[in-house]
Design a binder for this molecule. Sequence first.
Ligand SMILES: CC(=O)N[C@H]1[C@@H](OP(=O)(O)OP(=O)(O)OC[C@H]2O[C@@H](n3ccc(=O)[nH]c3=O)[C@H](O)[C@@H]2O)O[C@H](CO)[C@@H](O)[C@@H]1O[C@H](C)C(=O)N[C@@H](C)C(=O)N[C@H](CCC(=O)O)C(=O)O
Ligand SMILES: Nc1ncnc2c1ncn2[C@@H]1O[C@H](COP(=O)(O)OP(=O)(O)OP(=O)(O)O)[C@@H](O)[C@H]1O
Ligand SMILES: N[C@H](CCC[C@H](N)C(=O)O)C(=O)O
Ligand SMILES: [Mg+2]
Length: 492
Amino acid sequence: MKAAELTEILQTNHEDKEKLRDIEFTGLTQDTRRLTPGCCFVAIKGLNFDGHEHVQEAADAGANLIIVERPVEITGTTTVVTVPNTYRALAQISARFFDDPSAAMTMFGVTGTNGKTTITHLISKILDDQGSTTGIIGTMYNKIGEEKLPTINTTPDPHTTQELLRKMVDQGVMECAMEVSSIALVQGRAWGVDFDTAVFTNLTEDHLDYHKTIENYFDAKALLFSQLGNSYHKSQKTKTAVINIDDPYGRRLIEKTAANVLTYGTHGQGLLQAKNIAVTSHGTKFDLEIYGRTYPVQLQLMGDFNVYNALAAFGATYEHGLNPEDIIKSLEHVQGVRGRFQVVPNDYDITVIVDYAHTPDGLKNVLNTINAFANQRVFCVVGCGGDRETEKRPIMAKIAVANATDAVFTSDNPRTEDPESILDEMVTGLSTKSYTRNSDRRDAIYFALTQAEPGDVVLIAGKGHEDYQIVGTTKHHFDDVEVVNDFFDETR
Ligand SMILES: CC(=O)N[C@H]1[C@@H](OP(=O)(O)OP(=O)(O)OC[C@H]2O[C@@H](n3ccc(=O)[nH]c3=O)[C@H](O)[C@@H]2O)O[C@H](CO)[C@@H](O)[C@@H]1O[C@H](C)C(=O)N[C@@H](C)C(=O)N[C@H](CCC(=O)O)C(=O)O
Ligand SMILES: Nc1ncnc2c1ncn2[C@@H]1O[C@H](COP(=O)(O)OP(=O)(O)OP(=O)(O)O)[C@@H](O)[C@H]1O
Ligand SMILES: N[C@H](CCC[C@H](N)C(=O)O)C(=O)O
Ligand SMILES: [Mg+2]
């Protein structure tokens, strides 16, 4: 790529623009550990490292161009250019380097505390059923058609994102549903993506260790909506915001966007509404109303919260031009998303549910859904992740005690924290009689399953699809569903 192209997109002074005139680069990276000769290296200041301290390494390894945001000293002939914000520059250069793939397809960005993974999968399923080949970027994996690639973050860094989007376009993907986390929005990971549709699910307490206040957390989510249509991309696509109007933060978001807005809800407001919702142990029924027309819907997905997820996916794909009957048919066929209200079949008439609820709101919703059909005991095995916000710990424990007959507290991913200290924080203020505690997750699951009688429900919350447990800095293999199956294989 000719660096001269960057003069249009980078905020540099005249002198630096001149420097860019005659350079070319063959690759792009923000990590010296992955640098190839002839490439452009962008120095990022992270939480653990500062790329600016690695610029000499980059030059020595043969970088043709180095982008920085503060003065650096290097020996050698590599060209160094300064911009105000290297993360933004990385997003912009990545989009250009991969020839702006998001502009060549329909991009659905989904943000909110809970429901992102579910909604991206629903959108993808609806479109696949219409014969599309779709992509997904999110928590569980990045998906290009049938191919699933492992991922570290819910929303990858901008370089990885653009590289993925380019692969998608090259492989015939025309639509991509992408989870956009609040942390990613603050860090500018999604800057180079030209979204057509932005979906807002809900906003409740989460990630306060990172954002500090709920207002900052809201401001982060709002960036997806304020940036919609304000980008420097080549395309002139129509922009749509699909917003949950039952959520007070959703109502505030409407003011933040210049895009067309489709509101959805279940409380009698919204252009798109669900009415007469009935939850059973086999699924959820409701009437979907849009612009004065009503359609009956029978989801296999459980829980009120999945009605919201279905509305969000309906709204996004309806605005994309799909026929309501076709969308509903697809929604009705979805059996579930892995680790989200996943029922683990067994021969003992115990309803075992593995669910990714790892926030207070998520846990409350899942327990409410269970209580709507359960008529015997409800066990709730749950923990809270280490090196994450501590505020949610006692709140989640109280929700478990209040909404389950038997609360069993255990470890989630303790990471570098002491598992017993996390449990101490969870049970603060609770009577010791109201719960059982065992920091070994396998033992805690076995304990609940041993106690359970036919007809009881056992919810195992917090880790959903995860097939690992992070203890210290080591990732061990651990899979809630597998542990449940081991129990039934071994002990009965
Ligand atoms: C706290 C946080 O957000 N960290 C993210 C951040 O890492 P970091 O700031 O630690 O980066 P760093 O390791 O200090 O490196 C800084 C720079 O120096 C470079 N470097 C470093 C060493 C070297 O020798 N040479 C070199 O060039 C690195 O490549 C990098 O460019 O940038 C990385 C690349 O984008 C992310 O993978 C990483 O996410 C970590 C793994 C993480 O756990 N993040 C969580 C908090 C997160 O982002 N979660 C959200 C929400 C999840 C959800 O709700 O679903 C998510 O989107 O995943
Ligand atoms: N619309 C919703 N409202 C509230 N809770 C929900 C909703 N959808 C799902 N949940 C609960 O939250 C859990 C996580 O759902 P999902 O993975 O779809 O959310 P997410 O936003 O992708 O989460 P993450 O931020 O961890 O990626 C589910 O297992 C369920 O318990
Ligand atoms: N995206 C969230 C997921 C939390 C899942 C839970 N199992 C944990 O590890 O705390 C995070 O990384 O904070
Ligand atoms: Mg997710």
